[in-house]
Design a protein around this ligand. Structure first.
Ligand code: KG4
Ligand code: ZN
Length: 369
């Protein structure tokens, strides 16, 4: 439809500078510049390195996205940007760029939540989200089960990790195995050659008295590290593929079991899985099998839309425009700990439901001077 909103989305919460352009539920461009190689030698994302890389990549990536989409900036109906959660300095680069473009072009600005964007992106793949949507959100910083009746205004957490995020566990186990960073994709690859039943690693918080929708991966990570250490101390070779497969199986088993249970308990017949870990091939396969057995329709975007990207931000921005949500104020600030319950960020002058410190542009001078 020609009257569907044309929105550009900017994502800079971590190490990918993402710029996406969508028209309603249609993906037109998804340009990503990653600084991951610059962080690999440190074994994790270095915030200052990420901020500077965003600054350098921002304008070229926006220009590339506009060119890929074949649209002019003047045709846009709005500019959306990740306002949080994420790395404060990295978020600031995106928010400042979005404000500059929106102001210069005379377009409305939409500050949106990174986590809600990971869910909304599936509209580009499978059409309008069912309402309510049950979402399993699994990324480097978050692991949650969320129930949303409207992705622009109502996201309710049913449970979350009480320690490490799922992606964080992948990254830490990969480090112990000396497989580099980020760990998820490489463990996924090794696991294909390994036996998932080779080692019985613990499934956290799955006892009858445990919180049914909360997750814990810290004990698993420690169990894997201890197992590897014992092998090394005994002078034996570590069977990397079997460790990767058995560890991955433990994570994926718990994630899918709890997600299916949440759907059953809440009477929801769709499950959406989003976030970087949703790119995992074993998670996708096990979720498919368990959802099918339970009569649940599974929605998982293609892997490239699961990891951080600008299209997901544009998708949520387009939904904001479609639903007539008020644009953000020009005093919109980045909020590194924006709660998942706030999909839309109206601006600092509005009263927020939480009391985290907001990062204002005044601090950007210190970061980049
Ligand atoms: O959503 P995302 O790109 O960034 C955050 O918002 O955190 O997620 C990044 C996380 C990393 O921990 C990475 O190791 C993990 O997603 N990841 C994977 C796979 N691809 C990325 N984990 C398991 N299997 C994968 N194939
Ligand atoms: Zn993410």
């Amino acid at each position: 439809m020609a009257d569907e909103p044309l929105v550009l989305g900017i994502e800079t919460s971590c190490d990918e500078t993402g710029v996406g352009i969508v028209r309603g539920h249609t993906l037109l461009a998804d340009a990503v510049a990653s600084s991951v190689d610059e962080h690999a030698r440190y074994g994790g994302v270095v915030p200052e390195v990420a901020s500077r890389a965003h600054l350098e990549a921002m304008v070229p990536t926006i220009e590339r996205a506009l060119k890929d989409a074949g649209v002019a900036a003047s045709d846009l109906d709005g500019i959306a940007v990740t306002a949080g959660p994420g790395l404060a300095g990295a978020l600031l680069v995106g928010v400042s760029a979005a404000k500059a473009y929106a102001y210069a072009l005379g377009k409305p600005l939409y500050g949106v939540n990174h986590l809600a964007s990971h869910i909304c992106v599936d509209q580009l793949e499978h059409g309008a989200l069912p309402e309510p949507t049950m979402a399993l959100l699994v990324s480097g910083g978050h692991s949650s089960l969320l129930l949303s009746s409207d992705i622009t205004s109502d996201v309710r957490p049913l449970g979350a990790t009480i320690d490490d995020a799922a992606g964080e566990a992948f990254d830490k186990v990969a480090r112990v195995l000396n497989l580099g960073f980020p760990g998820g994709p490489v463990i996924d690859r090794y696991a294909r050659e390994g036996d998932p039943d080779a080692i019985a690693f613990p499934r956290g918080l799955t006892g009858p008295r445990d919180a049914p929708y909360d997750f814990s991966f810290s004990g698993l990570k420690t169990a894997v590290a201890r197992w590897i250490e014992a092998k090394r101390n005994a002078g034996e070779e570590v069977p990397v593929a079997d460790v990767a497969a058995s560890f991955q199986e433990a994570v994926v088993d718990v994630l899918t079991r709890k997600a299916v249970r949440a759907c059953r308990d809440e009477g929801v017949d769709h499950l959406m899985i989003g976030g970087g870990v949703a790119a995992n091939s074993r998670l996708r396969a096990m979720a498919e099998a368990r959802c099918e057995a339970a009569g649940i329709t599974l929605r998982v975007p293609r892997p490239k839309l699961c990891t951080d990207n600008g299209a997901m931000v544009a998708a949520l921005g387009a939904e904001m425009v479609s639903r007539d949500r008020a644009p953000s104020d020009w005093d919109l600030s980045a909020d590194s700990s924006l709660p998942v319950t706030e999909p839309h960020v109206p601006g600092a002058s509005h009263t927020h439901g939480h009391t985290h410190d907001h990062v204002h542009e005044t601090s950007a001078g210190n970061l980049y001077s």
